[in-house]
Ligand binder design. Structure first.
Ligand code: 8OZ
Length: 375
């Protein structure tokens, strides 16, 4: 870590960028264009209740223009890892309400990320040892994180056609619960190889009914879910997260440009407030393979475009200068820097996140990263 004094030129560049200036996101006025990305921290309690330190953790980060909550399961079936929180019970609603009240009192704004993992689960996490559900009975490569540690994934059960309305209802109920819990809006998690992404991609969706085959059919569940969530919230409080180029969760598609172009065209009917795109491979390379153009999606989409994946100050400033993104979300930097916005603004050194405390555990590596002022 260097403690070099930032140059006047660098500070002047920050001062002239609108990255640190307010941004109107639908109904919400954000204090800046820097967003805290959804971050799984695996500190929830019994009954999928958010942990006792979650309010403190989010309040510490309330200077983000917008916080997006950690991925939160919409049902017990939608849970795929131990220690992740839910939004399907009244006690969960009450626990989250304390968190949103605290964030609002600190001047922050917070969306909840609605999550169903689909096949990325394990019978030991499901009710009565049930198989995880998916578009098709195709086993993902990789391991599940269970109470017994990492274990091989299993072959999921393909959802029956008769179960599809019930999946949409899980999202609708969760969206209503998130509203009762005082969130400012919700983000539909359609990224990273979870249920909605599994339906979108032809590697994981090999159905022959109305939910599989053509791009139109593979996008059907996502669009039905979006319609239900928008009925609850209105489009100006609903965002969506996609990862068109990510292999995370053993996912792939034969033609992501065509697929996601169709998805964005159809999403435009709902006037969603933002499209949150993971640019490249989740948590990895930002390299976009030839033949794919994220800016096509950005220009097509009729709301704001939120860019994610490996951004730093330089990339964020460049994205605003070139207007390739309206908002920039930061993940790992927000783990270790509660005051990330201020640190970026004054060009202060950043704390480095400790991988050992990213998932699970207590206060260490969660609520004890110092602010720049404090250090
Ligand atoms: C890391 C570990 C567990 C879950 C995602 C919700 O990738 C996640 C996740 C990330 O979207």
């Amino acid at each position: 870590m260097t403690n070099a004094v930032p140059s006047n030129a660098a500070l002047a560049r920050n001062a002239s960028s609108d990255l640190f200036k307010p941004f109107q996101l639908g109904a919400l006025q954000l204090s800046n264009r820097i967003v805290m990305a959804p971050l799984t921290r695996s500190r929830a309690k019994e009954d999928d209740l958010p942990g006792d330190l979650a309010a403190e953790y989010y309040v510490q980060r309330a200077s983000a223009g917008l916080i997006i909550s950690e991925a939160t399961q919409i049902s017990q079936q939608g849970k795929g890892y131990v220690f992740t929180p839910g939004i399907y019970s009244q006690p969960q609603v009450q626990a989250w309400k304390k968190i949103t009240d605290a964030v609002h009192a600190a001047g922050g704004k917070i969306f909840m990320q609605l999550w169903h993992v689909g096949r990325i689960s394990h019978p030991s996490i499901q009710v009565d040892g049930a198989l995880p559900v998916a578009p098709s009975a195709i086993k993902p490569e990789g391991q599940s994180y269970t109470k017994d540690g990492f274990v091989p994934m299993v072959t999921p059960r393909a959802l029956d056609m008769s179960e599809m309305p019930g999946i949409v209802e899980q999202y609708r109920t969760a969206a209503q619960n998130a509203k009762a819990a005082g969130f400012d809006g919700v983000e539909i998690h359609a990224a990273n190889g979870y249920l909605l992404d599994q339906f979108l991609r032809d590697k994981t969706n090999q159905r022959t009914d109305a939910y599989g085959g053509s791009i139109e059919n593979r996008a059907r569940l996502l669009l039905e879910v979006t319609a239900a969530v928008v009925q609850v919230w209105g489009g100006d409080r609903v965002g969506i997260r996609i990862s068109p180029l990510s292999g995370f969760g053993d996912i792939a598609d034969s033609n992501p440009q065509a697929l996601f172009t169709y998805v964005v065209e159809q999403l435009n009917h709902f006037h969603l407030v933002y499209l949150h795109a993971i640019e490249g491979d989740t948590g990895g390379t930002r390299t976009v393979p030839g033949g794919f153009d994220l800016q096509i999606l950005r220009r097509l989409f009729n709301g704001s475009y939120m860019a994610n994946n490996g951004y730093d100050l330089e990339l964020a400033l460049a994205a605003r200068d070139a207007d390739t993104a309206d908002l920039i979300s930061f993940g790992r930097p927000f783990i270790a820097n509660p005051d990330l916005v201020e640190r970026l603004r004054v060009i202060a050194p950043l704390n480095t996140p400790d991988p050992a405390t990213m998932y699970g555990g207590g206060a260490g590596g969660y609520v004890d990263y110092p602010t720049f002022k404090a250090s």
